[in-house]
Ligand binder design. Sequence first.
Ligand code: DGJ
Length: 742
Amino acid sequence: MVDIVFHEQTKTFHLYNEHVSYLFCVLENGQLGQLYCGRRLHDKPDFSYLCERSARAMGAYPAGQDPAFSLEQIRQEYPSGGGTDFRHPAFSIRQENGSRIMDFRYEGFVISEGKPALEGLPATYVEDPKEAKTLTVVLRDAVTGLCLELFYTIFSGYAAIARSARFTNEGEAPVQIESAMSLSLDLPDCDYEWLQLSGAWARERHLYTRPLTPGITAIDSLRGNSSHNENPFMALKRPSTTEDAGEVLGFSFLYSGNFRIQAEVDTFSVTRVTVGIAPEGFSWRLAPHDHFQTPEAVLVYASDGLNGMSQTFHRLFARRLVRGEWRDRPRPILLNNWEATYFDFTEDKLLAIAKRAKDCGIELFVLDDGWFGARRSDHAGLGDWVPNRKILPDGIAGLSEKIDQLGLLFGLWFEPEMVNPDSDFYRAHPDWILQTPQRAPSLGRHQYVLDFSRPEVVDAVFVQMEQLLATSKISYIKWDMNRSITECYSAAYPPAQQGEIYHRYILGVYALYERLHAAFPHVLFESCASGGGRFDAGMLYYAPQAWASDDSDAVERLKIQYGTSLCYPISSIGSHVSAVPNHQVNRVTPLHTRANVAHFGTFGYELDLGRLSPAEIEAVKGQVAFQKRYRALLQFGTFYRLKSPFAGNETAWMVVSADRSTAIVGDYRVLNGANQPFSRLRLRGLDPDACYTVSGGAQLHYGDELMEAGLVTSSALCGEMHGEAGMPRDFDSRLYVLQKKE
Ligand code: DGJ
């Protein structure tokens, strides 16, 4: 059920489905006032009392209006700045005369079934127009002739609303857009905790929570990608909200470049949330007849806690953001050679690794960095997507054929956006990198960033990639991006347009993905940016999965994967079993724990199986068989976080099948201890009236028992039942498979 109603008399819009209501109205000055965003309400014609106002000291009001009509106090939909509202605006536009005052007034609206695509940008979509309704509100600034369209899509069955904005210059003179948020939402109070995912390379998406206080709380990226440091996701939860109960609003920005997510708590305790492209470094020249479309932001409301919010994001993103042949398919179990060999490989070595992978039941062999041009270290070769015949005598075509004959799919690594100074590509086109006149471009990992704002550059990379894809058996591409953007200036654009380059760059990345996607629809893309530097919802539109982090240590991964699960589906989280001592933190964790963590993701291996003992190989075979048996559930089931790694020594999570007949619980303990307390896990999402067996045991437990009394886990990590024989130990873990008894 989904509907959008317009009440003519009060000029009130009510968007609602079975879960949420979103209400706003046309104010008496023709601008838009926000009324309500939250749990579903009964519809009625008049909610105008929700637009509080009063004449206050120091308030300013527009000429001709009542002194109580001060925009500073009125909750709005897409506020402008410089007038009687002194908070941060949703947009800023400069006219040629230097004025930044804009007054967009309501002109009309259109309600349509379904959801239109966003030109050149990632967006949620519908397959049947009945799945959603879209409201387009049209506003105009009389002085400049600029038209502003605000898009709202509400989906049936999801407590989610997608928003974006489009400016069209229907006037005579160019204007400069200095900021244009995708979403602005004024909430009536500030009794929230702000939750964000932050980190660094190899430490991505750790969870941070802090109370909202008066003033600005914000996260952003100015690195040209969405970044390891901050993720384009934020949630506002009530202080009492837990994983399982209470209100929360989640905000996800479907964009892979610079962003800013901000909450401004004003002096009247109103909270203004804005989500969009970071204004810093951005400016867009809008010539007459041109338009500018913002990326999309998705807002999720939940009254059943953080798990409820995450489950809505997971379902929406897995089904209606990810596209293509791989969307609903359990993902192939892969072996990636990076940590097995780094740059030190020959074709024979690769084939030996692949053969062992096949023997263990692995399905996809991925050749990582180092197969092309003069690339024998990270100092050379990027840009030359031509196989190095000294190490691959039959090229990628020959290698992929040999891998195919082993009965494996073949995948290949690219870093399409980059070039090493020591490459034929750079020598031929030194002017095709991002660089500022008269200043030396900075390096990152010995490489420059190609100017993807230029279609001819994107085209030249596409031609090289197409050639390989068309002539080889490639089923998977890992698309890497290993440095931040600096000196973001393009020789192809005039001075007045240099503020467009960060955004045009990302549009170029999306355009290349789109072309490859269209030409090779069978290819599964995995995005990557030195691990999880571009793990964002924008990327998911093109690449159904993303390498979550270069840190593959099982203990570190508990935090990374737990944090990632706040917004992103388990089917999108690239997670592999790697060698010990771990290459990033030098920790030795048991093989079963490395697998028990990696199972909650797209599962694979990142090691040389030839270095494992026969017993370990048998264990790997068991892990692969387990993943094959349960991967549809692990990747597409309903995921619940049970115990947070940010709160203590133990982590637990679980997935439940849609029919609640099967569930898998992951239980992890970092450090062992002597004489441990008893422990239980109160499970979630089971059928309370059904009986379940636990890991094939003879005892039956009702779902209500397992959810209320809890699953007794004390013995499992105290010696009797843990995954490998022997004494309990540090870094131990256990998976439980719950099966409903018919
Ligand atoms: C960074 C990635 O995150 C790694 O997995 C690997 O592909 C390297 N780049 C290769 O250079």
